[in-house]
Design a protein around this ligand. Sequence first.
Ligand SMILES: Nc1nc2c(ncn2[C@@H]2O[C@H](COP(=O)(O)OP(=O)(O)OP(=O)(O)O)[C@@H](O)[C@H]2O)c(=O)[nH]1
Ligand SMILES: [Mg+2]
Length: 419
Amino acid sequence: MNLDSTDSLLAPPTGPLQISEFLPADVDAGGIYLSLVIPTYKERDNIQNVVRILSQLLDEAMSTTGCAYAIDYELIVVDDDSPDRTWEVAQSLIAEYPQLRVMRRQQERGLSSAVIRGWQVARGNVLGVIDGDLQHPPEVLMELFRKIEGGADLAVASRHVEGGGVSSWSIVRRFLSRGAQVLGLIILPGVLGRVTDPMSGYFMVRRQAIAGATLNPVGYKILLEVIGRGNVEEIAEVGYVFCERKEGESKVTWKQYVDYIHHLIRLRVSTGRLGKLTENINFPIGRFLRFGLVGLSGVFVDMAMLYLLSDPATLALPLTRSKIIAGEIAIFNNFLWNDAWTFADVSMRQQEGHQRLKRFFKFNIICLAGLVLNVLVLNLVFNFLIPNRYIANLIAIAIATIWNFWVNLKLSWRVTDVK
Ligand SMILES: Nc1nc2c(ncn2[C@@H]2O[C@H](COP(=O)(O)OP(=O)(O)OP(=O)(O)O)[C@@H](O)[C@H]2O)c(=O)[nH]1
Ligand SMILES: [Mg+2]
């Protein structure tokens, strides 16, 4: 394919997923400028139709709208380096559709972050998203647009208001979708309760409603992030029928359901009261929760090993020796999980064998000190404060866990971070 320099690709932004509140100097701040992101992965057979239909629709609407102020638009395809080279097909369309811009991401992956990266390079004061497989009926776009014109901060295309629906979903998919919504309402009522279709991937939002917020989505559900972290006051909804896919294949797998639950919990923790408090005192609550879960897994490993080594029905080794081996295996288990999950962002940059070994050594020493602290606190609390050994033990475990976490954060996974 022969592409000249005017058809060049957009450089993907890096750094935090944050939208700037400033518009380019040549954009009329009093008018409406729609930047519509089309995230794509393996949509080679769809992309040309999507761009053609959207461009026709928007060109026509822009010339007949009769508004007192200027209206403009751009389409931004954000492709995650699709093996079918969707980005290249999109790029070849730029000459015919000058409002089209194309980004090929090679470092990052994922639907939600693709949308935000697209919005980061957007020029518009209204930011939108639509699927690249024609399952979102393009004509609904103008209805969303009118809601924004009418003053809404956010206009969502919904399958669950009048005029909405899903064309051919199986009973299982309908059930899963509704089940996910109910779960979301329980975990995060303040976000999910504000719209009838919080799972929608077809919406428009005013730039100022999300500018400045650091977005941190996992998985597919970018709308949750916009409502949860943005400053969205007025929301409007428009019904639409989710059409059948004609070309290409679905990317929905079970992982999206796991991501969704992860996303809900993350939003709940970081936007709730606890999140605000921990933000003020600069405490990494998400990391701490992961560390706690890993600690819990260590308890099970310790118990199982103790059984295998010391139980008369198994190896019947002496208790102390068994406990030392079981404890060390549990520490090893915890280290592996913490390295691969809790502190993955740090350890990813420090993967050499000796760096890992150094972290493991420090982790061991700190955990040992934690055990001494545990015994000390247990005795102090039991003898001087609460004469109940189980409550005293719980307090001791909590304090030792915070110690273990904090010192490991500062020493094991931080010093090794410095190059
Ligand atoms: N950039 C990017 N786009 C993605 C990614 N995953 C999916 N997409 C695009 O996001 C849109 C929605 O994905 P789909 O797989 O169609 O999801 P869906 O519409 O909920 O499910 P189906 O009904 O099965 O198609 C499509 O345009 C995809 O090409 C990704 O990881 N990165
Ligand atoms: Mg689809």
